[in-house]
Write a protein that binds this ligand. Structure first.
Ligand code: TEU
Ligand code: CA
Length: 553
């Protein structure tokens, strides 16, 4: 069969929209599809050419849409199918593609399949989920596996002696991918959206879909007991290849898998084009550089060297095999301002970080608000957070004597809600997001950090991102050139070279608050600088200075 894939994703710059918090047009405090349509020109001006939309499907919203009750319809407060079609065509008119979130490791417990499954033991839907007999006549769960939100992974089905598996909240039962009917359902829903013109999918926790079938207890860990049984399970690659063969190969679409705690080899296997699985993956090794074991509550001090090392490993790992995704924020991560070596008081630090990740090998992503330097919410109290994950961990931590309070402060600092406060368009009461009180509180920094300001200030982070996007579009070296890290062990400098037959592009960013020396500068000429956050260049790098040199060979 002819390969109809144009691999457009390699040239894409992707903007993630979290629809709840983007723009509210009917004043119910929740963002909506019409709000997205209103801001498409804003996105076009920024220069992005693809949007990843977090879930807009019908859902009870226990996990903000990552709990889907109907894959073929829209959550009514966000709009309806006509709004969706209008949004898609308005995007395409502007040369912007759309990738949807695909959440198929689990459904909502309000999905028809699950309702049928637990109502009737002989229902064909029973085997759509992972249901097992509990121990001790149903008094104890089938094993000791733990899920991602700090709780046991099994919930008892009403008065029965059986339990269902859920790796997230109990309202998110895991699908049983061993059942070929489940895989057919997934293929059908993929085709439904692709036939409507959608350009691809961001596949939620896709490396959890295959589970080891022994369902035995594992050695208890501090978090994620049983993970060897459900992360990168034995049939993962087989399932993804099946989706590719039966669906993705027939459309010029792209897929990016969210792969939590995936091994190096799995990342290669998932993205190797010859294997026909996914196009890219989100590897979180660098965003986990300020915690232990990939668990953000086990917080540790950020070190640039660790961050660099992990990004470098990601880059090298996929050379000649697959394609990287490049990101520093998303709806699950706290904001990058004040993280990853940057400081709130100095926007130059965010520019240094922007350059550092954006010009690596791979497709860059920008999370809504990142382009204006939106900050963390600085929550003071657990009541100000809405996220089920924060609330769960808080509830559990209360039971732990002595360390309870410390954990609470960490929760407020790392809560996913830091990234979920409404997009700030201007400095009006609700930041121009809505005329009524939004579903979650507005960031207290709205007067300083907002889109209106950013558009008025030619030195803003917004215009800096715009420059980076244009630069990437105009320079094939950034897309297809080789990559090599420079100054690998320098704790203050992030530097690398991108190169092809024609050009050498050298990126140097300082993460120091002081002026520092950098021997690389000796061999470079100021007139080759094409992007920088400083107008005048000295012999030393100024605090948080970044420079991109383009040298014709
Ligand atoms: O995230 C998967 C995931 O692993 C995160 O929830 C992670 O555990 C957490 O952020 C670490 O603190 C995806 C979605 O991006 C997330 O929003 C969903 O809640 C989750 O899957 C379940 O669908
Ligand atoms: Ca609304």
């Amino acid at each position: 069969m002819n390969n109809i894939h144009t691999n457009w994703y390699k040239k894409a710059v992707i903007y993630q929209i979290y629809p709840r918090s983007f723009l509210d047009t009917n004043n119910d405090g929740l963002g909506d599809i019409k709000g997205i349509i209103c801001k498409l020109d804003y996105l076009k001006d920024l220069g992005i050419n693809c949007v990843w939309l977090s879930p807009i499907y019908d859902s009870p919203q226990k996990d903000n849409g990552y709990d889907i009750s109907n894959y073929l319809d829209i959550y009514p407060p966000f709009g309806n199918m006509d709004d969706f079609k209008k949004m898609l065509s308005e995007m395409h008119k502007r040369g912007i593609r759309l990738i949807m979130d695909l959440v198929v490791n689990h459904t909502s417990d309000q999905h028809q399949w699950f309702k049928e499954a637990i109502k009737d033991k002989s229902s064909p839907y029973r085997d759509y989920y992972i249901i097992r007999k509990g121990k001790k006549n149903g008094k104890k769960p089938p094993n000791n596996w733990q899920g991602f939100f700090g709780e046991g992974a099994w919930t008892r089905i009403r008065e029965s002696d059986e339990y269902y598996l859920h790796l997230f909240t109990k309202e998110q039962p895991d699908l049983n991918w061993e059942n070929p009917k489940v895989r057919e359902e997934v293929k059908n829903l993929l085709k439904f959206w692709l036939d409507l013109g959608v350009d691809g999918f961001r596949c939620d926790v896709i490396n959890l879909i295959s589970k080891k079938q022994d369902f035995k207890s594992r050695f208890p860990l501090l978090a994620l007991t049983g993970k060897d049984a459900y992360i990168n399970g034995p049939r993962l690659h087989e399932y993804l290849h099946e989706l590719y063969r039966d669906v993705f190969s027939q459309y010029d679409c792209m897929t990016v898998g969210e792969t939590v705690l995936a091994s190096k080899q799995d990342n290669i296997d998932l993205t190797d084009p010859a294997r026909e699985e996914l196009d890219m993956i989100f590897n979180f090794s660098h965003t986990n550089s300020d915690n232990y074991l990939g668990v953000k509550y086990f917080y540790r001090k950020f070190k640039l060297n660790c961050f660099k090392k992990r990004l470098n490993e990601q880059q090298i790992n996929l050379v000649g095999h697959g394609w990287n995704s490049l990101f520093i924020e998303n709806h699950d991560q706290r904001r990058s301002v004040g993280r990853f070596g940057t400081v709130e008081e100095d926007i130059n630090s965010s520019k240094s970080l922007a350059v550092s990740y954006f010009l690596l090998q791979g497709t860059p992503f920008i999370y809504q608000g990142q382009e204006i330097g939106m900050r963390n919410a600085h929550f003071k109290n657990i009541d100000e957070t809405e996220d089920v994950e924060s609330k769960n961990i808080f509830r559990i931590s209360k039971k732990i004597p002595f360390i309870g309070k410390r954990i609470r402060n960490v929760i407020l600092e790392v809560s996913r809600d830091n990234a979920r406060t409404p997009m700030i368009w201007d400095n009006s009461t609700y930041g121009g997001f809505s005329n009524v009180k939004p579903w979650i509180r507005v960031n207290p920094d709205k007067d300083i950090v907002n889109v209106k300001h950013s558009l008025e200030d030619k030195d803003s982070l917004y215009y800096f991102y715009k420059k980076l996007i244009d630069f990437r579009k105009d320079n094939d070296t950034i897309i297809n050139g080789s990559y090599r890290m420079l100054k690998e062990h320098n704790p203050n400098i992030f530097a690398y070279v991108r190169e092809d037959e024609q050009y050498r592009i050298i990126v140097i960013s300082s993460f120091s608050k002081k002026e520092i020396k950098c021997s690389l500068l000796n061999q470079l000429k100021d007139e080759d600088i094409v992007i920088s956050n400083f107008e005048n260049h000295k012999e030393k790098l100024q605090p948080f200075e970044t420079r991109v040199y383009k040298i014709k060979k």
